[in-house]
Design a protein around this ligand. Sequence first.
Ligand SMILES: Nc1nc2c(c(=O)[nH]1)N[C@H]1C(S)=C(S)[C@@H](COP(=O)(O)OP(=O)(O)OC[C@H]3O[C@@H](n4cnc5c(=O)[nH]c(N)nc54)[C@H](O)[C@@H]3O)O[C@H]1N2
Ligand SMILES: Nc1nc2c(c(=O)[nH]1)N[C@H]1C(S)=C(S)[C@@H](COP(=O)(O)OP(=O)(O)OC[C@H]3O[C@@H](n4cnc5c(=O)[nH]c(N)nc54)[C@H](O)[C@@H]3O)O[C@H]1N2
Ligand SMILES: [Mo]
Length: 745
Amino acid sequence: MKRMKSGGGWAAIRYTLRMAHRVGWWQLWKAMRAKNACKTCALGMGGQAGGMRNEAGHWPEVCKKSLQAMVADMQKGLRPEFFQRYSIEALRTLTPRELEWCGRLTTPLYAGPEDTHYRVIGWDEALDRIAQQLRGQAPDQNFFYASGRSSNEAGFLLQLFARLYGTNYVHNCSFYCHQASGVGLGRSLGTGTATVTLEDVEKTDLFVLIGGNPASNHPRLMRTLMNIRRRGGHVIVINPVKEIGLVNFRVPSDVFSLFFGSKIASLYVQPHIGGDIALLTGVAKVVLEKNAIDAHFIGEATEGFEAYRRHVLDADWETIERSSGVDRGTIEKMAAMYMRAPSAVFGWTMGITHHQHGVANVQTIINLALLRGMVGRPRAGLLPIRGHSNVQGIGSMGVTPTLKQAILDNLETYLHVKLPARPGLDTMACMKAAERGEVRSALCLGGNLFGSNPDAQFATRALAQLDLIAYLSTTLNTGHAWGRARHTLILPVRARDEEPQATTQESMFNFLRLSEGGPSRYEGPRSEVEIIASLAARVLGDKSPVDWKALTNHCHLRQLIGRVIPGYEKIAALDRTREEFHIAGRIFHTPRFATSSGKAQFAIHPIPPLMGSEHQLRLMTVRSEGQFNTVVYEEEDIYRGQERRNVILMNRADIQRLGLHVDQHVTVRSAVGALSGILVREYDIRAGNALMYYPEANVLVPTTTDPDSKTPAFKCVLVTVEPERVSSNGQVETVSGRFPLQLTH
Ligand SMILES: Nc1nc2c(c(=O)[nH]1)N[C@H]1C(S)=C(S)[C@@H](COP(=O)(O)OP(=O)(O)OC[C@H]3O[C@@H](n4cnc5c(=O)[nH]c(N)nc54)[C@H](O)[C@@H]3O)O[C@H]1N2
Ligand SMILES: Nc1nc2c(c(=O)[nH]1)N[C@H]1C(S)=C(S)[C@@H](COP(=O)(O)OP(=O)(O)OC[C@H]3O[C@@H](n4cnc5c(=O)[nH]c(N)nc54)[C@H](O)[C@@H]3O)O[C@H]1N2
Ligand SMILES: [Mo]
């Protein structure tokens, strides 16, 4: 497959045309223009401004994956005969892509311990089964998981139900995603989200992009990066992989850029996987040695500087260079760019959070920003580049094991209730508790808990211990085939643009979006709020302090959210004003922070040793631009020039050192699993490191988490790569043509 010389551009436009052809031009145009927040990443497109428009009002913002997601939601409905024809065993042979394109779920489905097939059941039976299970258990024997696609309204109701039922075992996909950002920002600044607005980013002089690939995962951010460059500003990219779209990108909605391409990175730094603390400590060392700090800001607005200064100055260059994999000259160059910049925004993604030292990574970035006073003023600050379109809102709504004290107090006062005080558990802790048989059931509001988990073998085993699991889903995914409990239920839900009532979502810039909803596309699926409310009414009955029926009215629900969630007060008037807004107390344009002293905290984090021996590679598991998490829309990764997913991308030096050659079949082995039939591919990645695609590679990822954020180290798996012999009957070849899960069961 030909490798592209720039990201975006005509390929994105051609794709748009192909997708439009699939579901009908007019249908797709209408769907994309409707007043709903975009379903994919958390940049917060659409809402009241209409689809394809960003918070600054720019239109059109074209993005391939938002089309993919839309077209997938518009595909035909699955017919009941499908489940008579295809057994669960047969579903297990399908790839994530094949499962997604089977069609939309339209009826509740059930499979019991003896069942070989899912079968269609009625809504009452489905809800009764779940209610009966919950009523028969102690509350802490159940957990509630939410992905980040659902609305604020559904998220709020889910956690309220769980807590009134009596448990804090409530969590969301953030534990596998940006949790380290929330924890790190919380410790350093007393906040958990971005400190900047989109406008700040548009106007900054330097954007430092660490551990993210927005060319494929947040394409609309690329226009902003292009604009920074056009205005004479700079972009520094820190990434072990040379991601082509971060070198050069053709913004499809900009004529000049589309034809000639736009340079993105002013400086591209390629550290080792896990080498960011070493690298950024090196940059801080230069800044300190050159005394390019903002002493006034440090004195007035921070604490802990002296100890931090000593710690950084003590770090020796040999350790910095060895652990980061970056030479001193490049580090000095990066520091010089930072020291010259009048303002800077630091943005980061999964390359920073998916580590055993994820929180330390995040706090190291914050330290560097504090050194030059780049937090707490306009055009400068910190931006965790969020994943799911409403993952931040789901967190704000309290779909978390621990409620913010203010939310807890408000709920107790307003509803005259006492909520459970026993501590909650995070996602991985719940999975481990399931494996030990300590929790008995799970309710999943969207997502793919199986597919997103490390150690797929463990995930199947853990979920199989449960008595019951209920999935609220739009389409089939690997979780429905591999993440089964003794009793498994699948409840079909409406996507946000099919909701009969308006819903809201929160963007990564803390901007609240109002989605109008729209006509339902299928008979059958129900609104998420309606499902949760009917379940809650069944489980809690007349004793409940809440009128669940009344709360199926989203306006009532928003009134309650406005009273309970700090910063969300304006949501109560939203149905009247229709005014989208920035959530109060989140943006920091003055140097006063939300910590108890009002001051930002410098944190000390030693440089972690580089992991692995010379026989091993550090493996990152990442996305292609043709997928959205565990949902694979396209097998090929056009940006990295891969036509298939069962590949391992390695540096040429490693291929030679290990005696391999390009396109050779290998087995990749880690401490917890092995994948066979993988093809070796050469790529521009720092030697000693390798890349494979998530979710398939989750077979290899151990369940070890960062002790502070409980997030698995998806980006640093130690693996060996062993050559495979292809037998004369070409057996390996047939395995490698596809990339279904290689699990034993
Ligand atoms: N098309 C598409 N868009 C998406 C998604 C999707 O699946 N597909 N998912 C959404 C979600 S939920 C999320 S969280 C985001 C994810 O967005 P990203 O974080 O951009 O996604 P990843 O593919 O996980 O890639 C992370 C990047 O980090 C780099 N990296 C890996 N290890 C390290 C390291 O140790 N240090 C540094 N500096 N870099 C490293 C990788 O080379 C890669 O470029 O995207 C969202 N948007
Ligand atoms: N190895 C490895 N593992 C990872 C990662 C990695 O980089 N590497 N990334 C991690 C990250 S960042 C994340 S966020 C997680 C993702 O974890 P999840 O959020 O749990 O998974 P998704 O694949 O996004 O979930 C997709 C499913 O959501 C359902 N869905 C779609 N829209 C809706 C809706 O509107 N409502 C409802 N109820 N359901 C809907 C569909 O059925 C679809 O199959 O995975 C994590 N796992
Ligand atoms: Mo994510």
